[in-house]
Design a protein around this ligand. Sequence first.
Ligand SMILES: *Cc1c(COP(=O)(O)O)cnc(C)c1O
Length: 224
Amino acid sequence: MGFIASRLGELQDRINKQATLWRRDPSSVQLLAVSKSQPPDTLEEALGAGLRFFGENRVQEARAHWERYRPLYPDLRLHLIGPLQINKVKEAVALFDGIETIDRPSLAEALHQESRKQGRTLTCLIQVNTGAEPQKSGAMLETVPSLLGVCRQIGLKISGLMCLPPRNEPAGLHFALLTKLAKQNGLPELSMGMSHDFETAIQAGATTIRIGTALFGEKPEPIR
Ligand SMILES: *Cc1c(COP(=O)(O)O)cnc(C)c1O
């Protein structure tokens, strides 16, 4: 068995255990494989291991990674999990199946217009900057209700919330906050938890966990 396939097996075991422990259906937790900065060989191996749901941080890299696999794997699903600039919206709508990093009304509007133009329906999540970190993207907590209001008004369906907690704080508090915010607003999807804290995220209600290192090993070069 290949490296990724065996990592995937171990991960799936941990996901199943943790979900069961908290009386959740393991199939209610989706594993998003974060393929940023991985070489083509690794992508091939991941596809060979059966992975079909991938996350990328940057539009350009995502296109370079996945464009040629699209026609070969019709069940491939790609989510953008990095910040999106308005001038990349057209390309992003054509390439991705989901955008998890909506954080301002102008971006919501641009996504809505472009999706209509291209006749595509993307899964849309709002990224919340739960730690109020100035250097990080994501909507500030107090602006989420008004951003949701704008989305509702223009007709952009928001499925859920995403967060990336500060590195030096207990993630569980941020996950709980995001869960509460989603519940208050009737949003079913929660994208939270990475390699080092996905078990805490599953406990808190994550429906998507975003896993890079635990699947692919240490990244060749760190991003961010
Ligand atoms: C890189 C990244 C991940 C994956 O992180 P790992 O610790 O490698 O699992 C998840 N979410 C976002 C937004 C990322 O940028």
